[in-house]
Design a protein around this ligand. Structure first.
Ligand code: DAH
Length: 335
């Protein structure tokens, strides 16, 4: 009897050593301590034994069963604690110190500033309809303004939004007036890539609708946003611009911080970077958005977050930002 029990335990230990997954352990468990296992048979035979044998073997058999169950549990725990990943020591895992992407950081900064001014942050789809991207913004088909933004059209009749301005219409539809929203997000244009152009970049749209809003309010908000972002005096200039969805329209440029205004490839040698398009919202846009322009008016702006990140972190080539190259992005060492 003793010999048989010792053999059973040894054989169980051997079988457990070959288990590589939980299912293997379950099979071994059922074979050795399951209802039809040998130890159960032996246990059941106890009742037919003589009183002497019962005394002799009873606790030995019971203890062996407990020991076998313990071995199974231990093997199962060990397997669960073992990671499934096998490490290759030739790989250097030291480079995985994480850092936020420069665009993520400036997006958060700008939205935080706008939130403090009472703006609500909203997000919209990157795949848009022509209606929201163009028509609703007073850019009808065949309007020359469509050429200002080379568009990726998709096979399903939709397009990749060329700006965050569709969120103006969507927000008016969703929330009505008065309104104060900020909509950051990824935008796409079919551009030839160079140091200052990417086909994928980020903007943030802002829109304010209320009673009695003036250009003064627009300029005040823009000044405050920029002051908070740069925390120092940055040269800015406001130029008359043209956007079909604002009247009047302005473009706000900032002095190029890469060359200090002397002229470089990033600012196309002009010393200035176009940062914000803005203006008083056009009456047609209120009509599309379902806002009563007899009562309400306001302004909107689109700020180039990618450009802003380039200026803030003095990144002279926009392609670095989309490269996904951790070594390049780590250079900025911003956390
Ligand atoms: N959507 C424009 C662009 O990407 C920028 C812009 C201009 C946004 C004027 C506005 C605006 O909201 O009022 O070029």
């Amino acid at each position: 009897m003793e010999e048989e029990l010792t053999k059973l335990v040894a054989s169980l230990e051997n079988d457990l050593k070959t288990c590589t997954k939980e299912a293997d352990i379950l099979n071994v468990k059922s074979k050795y301590v399951g209802k039809k296992s040998r130890i159960m048979e032996i246990l059941a035979s106890l009742k037919d034994m003589s009183v002497d044998d019962k005394r002799k073997y009873g606790s030995l058999i019971n203890n062996t069963k407990k020991e076998m169950e313990g071995l199974v549990t231990k093997a199962s725990d060990e397997l669960a604690n073992k990671s499934n990943i096998t490490f290759d020591d030739t790989i250097d895992f030291d480079i995985t110190k994480g850092s936020l992407h420069p665009v993520t950081i400036v997006a958060k900064e700008v939205t935080d500033i706008l939130k403090r001014m009472g703006f609500t942050v909203v997000m919209g789809p990157e795949m848009e309809s022509e209606y929201y991207n163009f028509e609703g913004l007073n850019i009808p088909k065949d309007h020359p303004a469509r050429d200002m933004q080379d568009t990726y059209y998709l096979d399903n009749g939709m397009l990749l939004r060329t700006h965050t301005s569709p969120m103006e219409i969507r927000s008016m539809e969703n929330y009505g007036a008065p309104l104060r929203i900020a909509a950051p997000g990824r935008t796409f244009r079919n551009e030839d890539l160079d140091a200052n152009h990417e086909n994928t970049f980020f903007q943030i749209e802002g829109m304010v609708i209320d009673k009695g809003i003036t250009i003064g309010n627009l300029i005040y908000i823009m000044q405050n946003v920029l002051r908070e972002i740069f925390k120092t005096d940055v040269k800015v200039r406001l130029r008359p611009g043209f956007f079909p969805f604002t009247e009047p329209s302005y473009e706000l440029d900032m002095g190029c911080l890469i060359c200090g205004g002397k002229g470089c490839p990033t600012c196309k040698n002009s010393g200035w970077i176009e940062l914000i398009g803005c203006g008083m919202t056009h009456p047609m846009v209120y009509k599309y958005g379902g806002v009563d322009h007899e009562i309400y008016n306001g302004f909107a702006f689109g700020l180039g977050l990618t450009r802003l990140a380039m200026m803030k972190y003095k990144i002279n080539d926009i392609r670095i930002l989309n490269s996904g190259d951790l070594r390049a992005l780590e250079e900025f060492d911003i956390h």
